[in-house]
Design a protein around this ligand. Structure first.
Ligand code: NDP
Ligand code: 8X3
Length: 250
């Protein structure tokens, strides 16, 4: 029986690449997101190589999260690998100018959404005494940079939740791993800058940013270590990046 991977934020960037790579490695995929058209396209693309189920829900809405997960067919209920990836930055403003709506979005999606999904999936892992959770944190969970305030706080929370999960699940043979990437070229900056393509493009100019496949590769590597090995916490940066704010640009 193939392993089943549950991936949030599979409609774009890191999550989409991860779904593709895990499917190629033989995992069955539960691909989640809000953009149904993209979920449909991904399912169509991957169906030749793997089995795919899509779930459309907003991670902010716990009722929608639990309803979607309990709607999974009986033989898809056992999740072996949970990739908690859905998330974004919304805005880049100083603390006295930030939008409350943006702050709510980042806390509700990046922190509470990750918790809602985890709360629905982890009990099954505990019951089976097996499973693996890979949380996508960020360098923003290790450092705070100017105007990053609430996004950085949300990723520091992911870092703490990752450690907390590992402690609490230690008796249940469940691996908990965090990947903390630096700059990855995805739709992340387009979302952060509310669709401003020029601002977004500028973030990735003058150096080679990480690509979504670089993170997906790492997810696959971490997930496929022997059962006694847990890569607990991995910081991955573009070669041109030395810290959250130091990027060597040509
Ligand atoms: P993208 O914007 O390309 O992808 C974000 C994904 O999250 C989309 O699939 C989106 O799906 C999903 N998502 C966002 N909000 C919600 C929501 N409310 N409910 C359900 N799904 C949601 O960005 P990335 O791939 O870069 O981001 C993925 C993760 O990686 C995030 O947690 C981000 O913080 C983290 N990260 C990114 C870095 C980067 O530089 N790009 C660096 C470090 C970490 P949909 O809109 O269809 O719902
Ligand atoms: C995304 C990386 O540096 O833009 O988490 O916050 S950064």
């Amino acid at each position: 029986m193939p392993q089943t991977a549950f991936i949030t934020g599979a409609t774009s960037g890191i999550g989409q690449s991860t779904a593709r790579l895990l499917a190629r490695k033989g995992y069955r995929i539960i691909a989640c997101g809000r953009r149904q058209e993209r979920l449909d396209e991904l399912k169509k693309e991957l169906e030749d190589i793997s089995s795919v189920v899509t779930l459309n829900f907003d991670v902010r809405n716990n009722a929608a999260v639990t309803e979607a997960i309990s709607s999974l067919p009986e033989d898809w209920q056992q999740v072996d690998l949970l990739v908690n990836n859905a998330g974004n930055a919304h805005g880049l403003s100083s603390i006295h100018k930030g939008s409350l709506e943006d702050w709510d979005a980042m806390i509700d999606i990046n922190v509470k959404g990750l918790l809602y999904v985890s709360r629905a999936i982890i009990p099954g892992m505990v019951q089976r005494n097996s499973g693996h959770i890979i949380n996508i944190g960020s360098i923003a969970g290790r450092e705070v940079y100017p105007n990053g305030n609430v996004y950085c706080a949300s990723k520091h929370a992911v870092d703490a939740i990752n450690s907390g999960m590992r402690l609490d699940l230690n008796d249940y043979n469940i691996r908990v791993s965090q990947i903390a990437p630096g700059l990855v070229e995805t739709e992340f900056s387009l979302v952060r800058f509310k669709g401003d393509a020029n601002k977004s493009k500028h973030v990735y100019e003058g150096y080679k940013a990480l690509q979504p496949t670089d993170i997906a590769d790492l997810v696959v590597f971490i997930a496929t270590r022997p059962p006694h090995v847990n890569l607990a916490d991995v910081l991955i940066l573009p070669t041109a990046q030395a810290s959250a704010t130091n990027v060597h640009k040509e």
